[in-house]
Design a protein around this ligand. Sequence first.
Ligand SMILES: Cc1cc2nc3c(=O)[nH]c(=O)nc-3n(C[C@H](O)[C@H](O)[C@H](O)COP(=O)(O)OP(=O)(O)OC[C@H]3O[C@@H](n4cnc5c(N)ncnc54)[C@H](O)[C@@H]3O)c2cc1C
Ligand code: FES
Ligand code: FES
Length: 470
Amino acid sequence: MNKVATKNSLVVNGKKFQIEKLDYDITLLDWIRTKLNLKGTKEGCNEGDCGACSVLVIDRVSTKPRSINSCLVRLGQMMGKNIITIEGIGNTKNLNPIQKSFVRNNASQCGFCTPGFVISASTLLYSQKEINEELIHDTLSGNLCRCTGYTPIIESLKKIKNTRLLPPKFIEVGMTEKVQIGKAIYFHPKSLNELLKLLKKIKRFKFLSGGTDLNLEREVYTTSSRHLICINNIKELSEINFTKNTLKVGSTVSIEKFLEITDKKLPQIREILKRFGSPLIRNQATIGGNICTSSPIGDLSPIFLVLGTKLNTYGVNGLREISLDRFFTRYRKNVLKKTELIKNFVISMPKKDYKLFSWKFSKRFDQDISTLSIAVLVKIKNNKINDIKIAAGGVSEKPEILYGLSQLMIGETLAEGIKKGTDNLVKYVKPISDLRGTAEYRINVFKGVLRKLDISLRANKEHKSFMEII
Ligand SMILES: Cc1cc2nc3c(=O)[nH]c(=O)nc-3n(C[C@H](O)[C@H](O)[C@H](O)COP(=O)(O)OP(=O)(O)OC[C@H]3O[C@@H](n4cnc5c(N)ncnc54)[C@H](O)[C@@H]3O)c2cc1C
Ligand code: FES
Ligand code: FES
């Protein structure tokens, strides 16, 4: 590891940059383009939807390069990290294997999207996984192209499926405690102790984790001076611990990492996690951030709710344990105090005689926010519904366990329980109509879910995509 200790620094394409006197707060994308004059990284939507701004990041924790949307992160949160832009991947004199394959297979037309695709695709060459069509599609699900129709891009990657590259080495640039960028001050505590000292000292602040939600609130950064406490370097917040019956997982664990660690032990949630944004989003977004947005359509909430998740918080008043079903209070609000954050989640693994289902409905299959998401944990005994917990997002102002509906079905035969649930659904579920779907649509989809639950249980199938036919 190359050691150069300088605070307030980051590395781009192997070169160290120290951040001094920037007079306005800035995204990583704008900084790369305007201050470093690296124009290969493009700006499209500026909100995480198109992938034109994709870059690779390496940090102390995950030394394997991961792709992110540079439009979604602020420069102030990237201190100490190593960034690789398209200019660091290859150039016209020295094309990397993906670029060569793109040229040979006509995978670029106007070329605007190409740097983003090459960046996302390069993670394949650093990975140990077998490169198959499913992996290629998933890897590129956050990148949009309006010219090629995607086929030549996919074909060009299939042609290099046996090529592997060694990841670039992480270059250490020392730890930053705080950095001021424009009116924003970014603090970087490394432990809960350091965090506590900060919490006692500064008054108006926001916790910043991945930033894929908070950073979209642009006025936060531009209208007034702000203190942002970046929590991703706090080591106690990234711990993961499996026991026989529980999974304890730190709040700053990324969605992609969560997908990786639950892949074998909780395969029932794989599809919903795979459909969480794109790898670009999942590499940056955290599970703590997802729950703390307290969004009615956050994808993790219904699953965490049916699994009886408890969360441990940390703050100036010490530690406390809160059951997730008491966490959300109203639209995008929760019970956390201003000086309190989520330290970790304790998720109960489903018992052997229980089956778990989770389904997400959105306008597009990939890279879309849910219209409705539903999780069900159910136990069938002697052909009756012995126990059931149904939780949903997108049917009211907060994600919730539908206790009334669940209770109604307990003790009934499967057929009777599903019928009772379907017939009485509107008493327990009162969705609103919005851009994503009307209330009537949501009710109809929910009825479809109950039917799918019936079919899956009869076929004794637990882990089924909604799209699959049993
Ligand atoms: C293009 C795009 C696609 C998306 N797709 C999906 C999707 O498919 N499904 C989905 O559910 N969401 C999706 N999201 C929303 C978002 O990515 C997720 O909610 C994500 O998990 C937020 O995590 P974060 O670490 O980025 O949160 P941040 O933006 O860092 O924080 C969000 C909020 O939580 C607070 N916070 C964060 N961590 C903690 C903590 N440990 N303790 C206390 N407070 C905390 C912050 O102060 C802030 O108020 C998408 C967003 C974008 C831009
Ligand atoms: S510019 Fe579209 S995802 Fe960043
Ligand atoms: S080649 Fe034009 S947008 Fe992809």
